[in-house]
Structures are given as structure tokens and as C-alpha cells.
Design a protein around this ligand. Structure first.
Ligand code: FES
Length: 113
């Protein structure tokens, strides 16, 4: 299997668009990378781990940033701060329970499901 096809469980996208960047998205991404790497959970290139974390550009949550999206769950978090990252990892990524106080959207939406 190619190193690019190493399976992983979830993909965390951290918006690095202009508005989210102004509100500290780089620090949020850095915290995800640091915590996932420290715990042996980060999947990066040939490094095996359950969770990949990358940047993404604006997803239209510009007034609610920093925006963080977790797939395949389709959970969109808003106003994420570095101090929220451990809770998202523990509760959502490892525990399967999204941090509801930060969830602002779900895809597909519950009305459309
Ligand atoms: S800049 Fe992040 S959602 Fe628009």
C-alpha cells in the first residue's frame, strides 16, 4: 500500500482563511498538531496515526472563526481556541461525543437528514 493510502479515522480541517487567521487559527492548528503528535495520534505522511490535521481555506464561517471541521462526522466547530483542543480530542476524536457548546453546523444538516 502506498504511504498516501495509510488508513486513518478522522480528518480535522482548520480554516486558515483571512478572518479565521485574524482570530488565531494558526495557534489552534499548532495545538492540534502538537497534542496529536505528543499522544501518538497524528497521521502525517508515512507516520501512522488515527487523525490527520490540515489547513483548509474559508468555509464561509468567517464571522464564527476559527472554524474547525471534523470529517467524516461532518461536525463544524466555531470560535475554537487553543484551550478547546484537548477537549475536542478527548471527547470527540477519542470518545465519539462532539463538544456541543462549540458545534455550529452539521453536514448533512439534521433537517436535511
Ligand atoms: S475565513 Fe475561516 S470560515 Fe471564512
Amino acid at each position: 500500500m502506498s504511504e498516501n493510502l495509510i488508513p486513518f479515522k478522522k480528518h480535522i480541517f482548520v480554516c486558515n482563511g483571512e478572518a479565521c487567521s485574524r482570530h488565531g487559527s494558526a495557534e489552534v492548528k499548532a495545538k492540534f498538531m502538537e497534542e496529536l503528535k505528543t499522544r501518538g495520534l497524528l497521521r502525517k505522511r508515512a507516520i501512522k496515526g488515527d487523525f490527520m490535521c490540515t489547513d483548509c481555506s474559508s468555509v464561509g464561517f468567517c464571522d464564527l472563526g476559527p472554524a474547525v471541521l471534523v470529517y467524516p462526522d461532518g461536525v463544524w466547530y466555531a470560535h475554537v481556541k487553543p484551550e478547546d483542543v484537548s477537549e475536542i480530542i478527548d471527547s470527540h476524536l477519542l470518545g465519539g461525543k462532539p463538544v456541543e457548546r462549540l458545534v455550529k453546523n452539521r453536514v448533512p444538516s439534521e433537517e436535511g437528514a
